[in-house]
Design a protein around this ligand. Sequence first.
Ligand code: AVI
Length: 318
Amino acid sequence: MEKIVDTHEEIESEVIQGLTSPQKYIPSKYFYDRTGSLLFQQIMGLPEYYLSRAEAEIFQNHGENLVSLFGNAFDIVELGAGDGSKTGILIEWMLKANKDFNYIPVDIANDAVDQLTSQFMEQFPGLKVDGLTGDYFKMLDKLNALGNKRKVLFFLGSNLGNFSMKNSLDFLQNINAKLVKGDLLLLGLDLKKHPDIILKAYDDREGVTKNFNLNLLDRMNREFGADFKRQYFIHYPFYNSVNGTVCSSLVSDRQQTVNFKLWGNSIHFQAWEAIHTEISQKYDKHAIQYLADKSGFRILQDFHDSNQYFVNTLWIKK
Ligand code: AVI
């Protein structure tokens, strides 16, 4: 398994840059240390977090039809594979249909890739799994080395939604540039729906999402010797129904100074100043068509769950 992980210095400089900018932020990819990945797995099972269930339902009900569009021989590259629970459903459909394929999971979380690789090798004997750990952008460069079978890229779970619209477009164009005509991209995207349903998915009753957000501060304490006090920060997600964006932040409930021992510097917070931590974009069909058009893909087919909460959209490189 190949690993191209961010170095401690890279993480530190990105975090410092974020916390010293006029509007403080921490990039959302830093959610996924060991604790954060476990918390995200818990989020996926929450009653309010409908996204994972909707996507699993799509794969159960439409998986046979969906994998029939992949052809007979291909490599599956899954970006942000996580715990692979939904992908397993598609793998079953592909094995049932006797497809000739390798599975290459890519994730920023090292543990997730290790665990997924051993889990899938046990669950699907004979399946060829070859995991990669690292930042998606760095990993895209590895695609060319995979050989000349058709590539089918998976980017599921509305992971694209954690990028701004501009970064999403850059990312999709970047993917497109690494593929050849006829390669496929399967995206899982969360759709616009009643704003209350969306907001609850990011503000669950048990407080797991709150812990997931606050774990960013614990991570700073663990890795950079910072002294964030999580009880002085409020988990604050809100949904903007105009642009379809859930914006999550941590709001300082008082004036305070946080010291970073390893970095030898401090960050000052005014009362009610926030750290922006994540956006989770919700889409409609016009936005999806726009992204496909602008990044050099054609939409082959869309698959929805019975509530029309979520879409798996299969694109082909033009
Ligand atoms: C991974 N990603 C698609 C999740 C989302 O819905 O934006 C991360 C998440 N953040 C809070 N809850 C889940």
